[in-house]
Design a binder for this molecule. Structure first.
Ligand code: SAH
Length: 342
């Protein structure tokens, strides 16, 4: 197992095996997660001999920053990282008034097959390890020199399809001995894997759950998201209610507006009826067109009308501000372009 994916307890075990005191494990853990160092060399209070042994037996996992694109519109940055096995993932860094936010990938590729999404076009390659998710954030912190206070797991991949690693990653990131990110500043987005939502509800985490809804009937949802063949809307929404009951956290519904598909006022009415009475927030996302599909964005007025309809019905809804439109903003586009160029 790689050392950056280890909990403090796991690290203590291997450090004790080396005949060292347990406090060394804590020191090393802090170097990795609080100071985000990229080499053992920088761990100046650790004996040289131990550093050499660890370097030999547990080389620190590193990402290779292949490309950084910066938006001239809003300063958003898109990072393309190379993994140790040659695969690539992308992450996004966004600057907001309330702090810096990073969007990370949880898998290399994705097998969920959502029709409008570029990340899934080539299927799933593999799951990311906790260290590979952490390192997307730590690399960006080193590169920008700024702290990251918010996280969304909305890049490539379905977090519930890599459940154990994602939860371990969340514990490492939010642990007091580590980076100590506030759980309330973290959002995990899922296409609606019911067992995953229910399990996550039991983890005693204060994170926000975002559900990719995108349609108001099973029939329509199936046209956009194959996962809807596996889980009916009814049970997905029940799982979301359960998540709220268990955690007290308001659920976010993501609804990507696609022109002529799910964006008329009848859809808005059905959506309002569907989520009525739930403690939730609707996030309207103007679909980001990908060239492999001919889905188009709704007109600005249509989007406004849709939002206003929901708000008038007492459903909190906002339109997601588009960021980084000039830099392959949509999930999976940058990675895809790079793979094609190789
Ligand atoms: N697999 C997870 C998280 C990844 S995508 C999920 O399905 O939720 C994060 C959000 O972006 C999801 O709501 C997804 O449906 C949406 N999305 C993906 N591609 C998009 C596109 N081209 N335009 C608009 N939204 C998109």
């Amino acid at each position: 197992m790689d050392i950056k994916s280890m909990s403090l307890q796991e690290l203590e075990i291997i450090i004790k095996e080396k005949g060292e005191k347990a406090f060394r494990a804590k020191q090393i853990y802090q170097w990795i997660h609080q100071k985000q160092v990229s080499s053992y060399e920088e761990m100046s209070n650790i004996p040289l001999k131990l550093r050499e042994i660890l370097e030999e037996e547990y080389p620190l996992m590193k990402l290779n920053m292949i490309q950084v694109q910066e938006s001239s519109l809003d300063g958003t940055r898109k990072y393309l990282f190379g993994l140790e096995d040659g695969n690539m993932v992308e992450s996004v860094w966004m600057k907001y008034h309330h702090g810096n936010s990073v969007c990370i990938s949880s898998q290399v590729g994705c097998r969920m097959g959502c029709r409008f999404c570029a990340s899934t076009l080539d299927g799933l390659e593999r799951n990311l390890k906790p260290s590979e998710m952490l390192e997307q954030i730590y690399s960006i912190i080193r590169h920008t020199g700024e702290r990251v206070s918010n996280l969304v797991i909305m890049g490539t991949g379905e977090p519930m399809d890599n459940y154990e690693n994602v939860v371990k990653f969340l514990r490492l990131l939010t642990g007091e001995e580590g980076y100590n990110m506030s759980q309330r500043n973290i959002t995990v987005s899922t296409c609606g894997i019911v067992e995953g939502i229910r399990k996550l509800a039991e983890e005693k985490l204060q994170i926000t759950l975002a559900l990719s809804l995108h349609a108001t009937t099973d029939e329509k949802r199936r046209q956009l998201m194959p996962v809807a063949y596996r889980y009916e809307l009814k049970e997905v929404l029940k799982a979301c209610e359960y998540y709220f009951e268990k955690t007290g956290r308001r659920v976010s519904f993501e609804y990507s507006l696609v022109a002529g598909v799910n964006d008329n006022l009848n859809d808005a009415k059905e959506l309002a009826d569907l989520v009525k009475g739930m403690n939730c927030h609707v996030n309207l996302i103007p679909v980001n067109p990908i060239k492999e599909r001919d889905y188009r964005q709704s007109e600005k007025k249509q989007i406004e009308d849709f939002k206003n309809y929901l708000n008038n019905k007492g459903v909190t809804a906002t339109v997601r501000r588009e960021m980084g439109r000039d830099i392959d903003g949509a999930c999976g586009q940058l990675r895809r372009r790079h793979m094609k160029n190789q």
